[in-house]
Design a protein around this ligand. Structure first.
Ligand code: ADP
Ligand code: MG
Length: 694
């Protein structure tokens, strides 16, 4: 029987091998169409030549694959669940057998394995060998449950393995994929030639990846670096880039509030500053002024290293609006930061400081009422606040500019809420740390960008060092010396999730407080962390800012904004618990005054990674490294709203591809989309959940 070819957009339910229950499970897992199914690639390719008979395994002289990983296939004879005597850990043991011998498999702390694995199960197992008390064994191996009898599906050299989707085992998926590959018909190629030349067509690419020919290299297949991968990744990235380009084009067509500024005003504002702007600040300010006077809506990302003077550019931009009859709002993630910004704005504004208004969730009712009234009347022209600014009760007189500090912590919904409050205000988004270009394009691609790639003059590099816990004494000694000179010190402790306790030996903030009080009994110390009430937190911070307290022990609540020029030492405990960018951001809290500053990390592990900070003070470089090591999802520290979810493309690996797709999208858009491109773009937006793109 021959069946009509199916488009990619067909529902998976057309597949004969799929009953309603499994179809529902697939849907649950986000696999709705043939394209969804085919674009989730195998995560591993097992080389049949690497399968070892159990009887041939031995410890000495054993030639494993390059990685030391051995692959075996066998049937479980028995499973035993117990608890280790000393550390009280769950211990799961299974005895695996084939015709040639047996092997003991051991897992720690995964008690569910004891329930899910059964005698008679056939497993394909990957792991490295160790010598245990009972002979050879594999500790914590990965495995795949295979069908109990029959051929496990070797047609060629490679057996592709798929992740289990809900109740659908990887093996069942393999069959579905084979059927889909046989029946799908991709239609017209919609990639522009500049991207598709040298690449296989879509269907060929999918076949190469789901059923690789014998001459393929497993390493390339798993790394995602073959031309076939590039074909699929280009399709995703090009669809994404087109969507972003369309969104930007849509914004540029929208009329925006025209701020009536003048070169004289710009000059006058600059003359209030106690110093000259850096070249980069001047350029960024010029770009912002260009936007807000253009009659279109500004949507700009201001990026720059810690201390490059972003806040100052924001202040100038708000002043531009405030001086011409409008209101500017600065949105920040924490109350500490809001107060800090308000204090520094007041210093700059001098006689104009009366036009500034704070709005915080923690305000007393009467105070809040007064603040709201001043915002509604327009008397408040500089409004600084936290999420409280989103509340319905907040009405502006004439909101023209919103500056968002630390953009990644605000969701799209909240931005929309604020947009409702004014006649489509201009947006300036500031990122706390530099964002690598590929990521900036992926997340903020529809925003115009200004980059502060220059630090104000006279900054001294911050002496950065790494100490093993057993030489932490030297860090405290350095800190003691600085305190003796009259300087102040930050000590940072990681916030510890209760579920982490016991797993690793971690020193929490209470233990650190006790330690510090022991080492520095004569120094006034304040402790701040995220669980304090807002006014308590503010009072403690104020004592440190005024110099009354000499040591501030904190969790990462001090990560952003805190500006105490007299603080010249920061000690970070358990530095391995932080991302590189986050540490660099923390480091930016010192080195703000005339004195040489020190950044001291204490860490018992990952010292190679942390060494990057000792060697470099370049936030852009550190950010790139951080992204490479931890991937886009972790880079921002919190889940990034708007981070596109690609099935094949990888923002680190494929960053050059993203740049090329972006350029191609610009060109294609200028000419107009073909029908095939328009249809495909619509489909991709659904598949990749690019809901934000319209
Ligand atoms: P960022 O927000 O980029 O981390 P800030 O705007 O907080 O940086 O500036 C860091 C410090 O540098 C502040 O103390 C600020 O007053 C100072 N500063 C900013 N711009 C200049 C400049 N052009 N010249 C001298 N100092 C500056
Ligand atoms: Mg700042």
């Amino acid at each position: 029987m021959s069946l009509a070819p199916l488009p990619f957009s067909s529902k998976v339910t057309v597949l004969r091998g799929l009953g309603p229950a499994r179809a529902a499970a697939l849907q649950e897992a986000g696999i709705d169409t043939l394209q969804d199914l085919l674009w989730s690639l195998p995560y591993r390719y097992v080389d049949r030549g690497s399968l070892r008979p159990l009887g041939s395994l031995e410890m000495r002289g054993f030639e494993a694959s390059d990685s030391g990983i051995v692959t075996v296939l066998g049937t479980i004879q028995e499973v035993r669940q117990s608890t280790t005597r000393v550390q009280r850990m769950a211990l799961t043991e299974a005895l695996l057998a084939d015709e040639t011998g047996t092997l003991r498999l051991v897992w720690f702390n995964q008690p569910y394995l004891g329930r899910s694995l059964k005698a008679g199960d056939r497993l394909l197992v990957f792991g490295s060998l160790s010598m245990g008390r009972h002979g050879l064994e594999m500790r914590g191996p990965q495995f795949e449950v295979m069908e109990r009898s029959g051929d496990i599906g070797w047609v060629r050299r490679y057996l592709p393995l798929y992740r289990k989707l809900g109740p659908l085992p990887g093996r069942a998926r393999q069959k579905l994929v084979a059927e889909a590959l046989g029946r799908v018909h991709p239609g017209e190629d919609w990639l522009p030639l500049e991207l598709s030349k040298d690449l296989p067509d879509t269907l060929t690419a999918l076949r190469l990846l789901h059923d690789p020919p014998d001459q393929s290299e497993a390493r390339d297949l798993e790394a995602g670096t073959t031309p076939a991968h590039r074909r699929l990744a280009s399709e995703e990235l090009f669809a994404f880039s087109l969507g972003v380009a369309l969104r930007r084009a849509g914004r540029l067509l929208r009329p925006g509030q025209k701020v009536p500024t003048s070169p004289e005003l710009r000059e006058r504002l600059r003359s209030f500053l106690p110093f000259h702007l850096t070249g980069a600040q001047r350029q960024a300010f010029k770009e912002i002024v260009g936007d807000i006077t253009s009659g279109r809506v500004m949507n700009r990302l201001l990026q720059g290293d810690v201390g490059s003077g972003k806040t100052l550019v924001a202040l100038l931009s708000m002043a531009m609006v405030a001086e011409t009859g409008g209101q500017g709002a600065l949105l920040v993630p924490t109350e500490v930061l809001a107060r800090q910004h308000a204090a520094s704005f007041r210093r700059y504004l001098g006689g104009e400081a009366g036009a500034l208004q704070l709005l915080l969730g923690g305000m007393k009712a009467a105070e809040k009422r007064a603040a709201l009234a001043r915002i509604a009347s327009g008397e408040a022209r500089y409004v600084i606040g936290t999420h409280a600014l989103f509340q319905e009760a907040v009405a502006f007189h004439r909101l023209q500019l919103v500056v968002v500090d630390e953009q990644q912590r605000f969701g799209v919904k909240q931005r929309e809420a604020l947009k409702e409050k004014g006649g489509d205000p201009h947006w300036l988004v500031m990122s706390a740390t530099p964002i690598p270009r590929s990521l900036a394009l992926a997340v903020f691609g529809d925003l115009d960008q200004s980059v502060l790639d220059e630090l104000p003059p006279g900054r001294q590099p911050i002496a950065s060092r790494l100490f093993k816990p057993d030489s932490a004494e030297r860090a405290w000694e350095l800190m003691r010396r600085e305190l003796a000179e009259g300087r102040q010190a930050f000590v940072v402790s990681p916030s510890i999730d209760p579920s982490d306790e016991g797993k690793v030996q971690l020193r929490d903030i209470q233990a650190m407080e006790a330690l510090l009080r022991g080492i520095f009994p004569e120094e006034a110390l304040e402790v701040v962390h995220g669980r304090l009430k807002a006014d308590d937190m503010a009072a403690r911070m104020a004592r440190f800012v005024s110099g009354e307290a000499r040591i501030l022990l904190a969790t990462t609540v001090i990560e952003v904004g805190v500006d105490v020029p007299n603080a010249t030492v920061m000690v970070v405990d358990h530095a391995e618990r932080f991302g590189l960018s986050q540490l660099h951001q923390l480091r930016g809290r010192v080195g703000r005054g005339a004195h040489r500053s020190h950044f001291l990390m204490i860490s018992g592990s990952e010292n190679e990674r942390l060494q990057t900070l000792v060697e470099s003070q370049d936030g852009f470089r550190i950010a790139q490294r951080d992204l490479e090591l931890r991937g886009p999802g972790e880079f921002f520290g919190v889940r990034q709203a708007g981070l596109p979810q690609f099935q094949v493309a990888d923002l680190v690996r494929d960053r050059d591809l993203l740049l090329r797709c972006r350029e191609a999208a610009g060109r294609v858009l200028a000419i107009g989309l073909t029908e095939a491109q328009a249809g495909w773009l619509k489909r991709e937006q659904v598949r990749l959940r690019l809901a934000d793109v319209s």
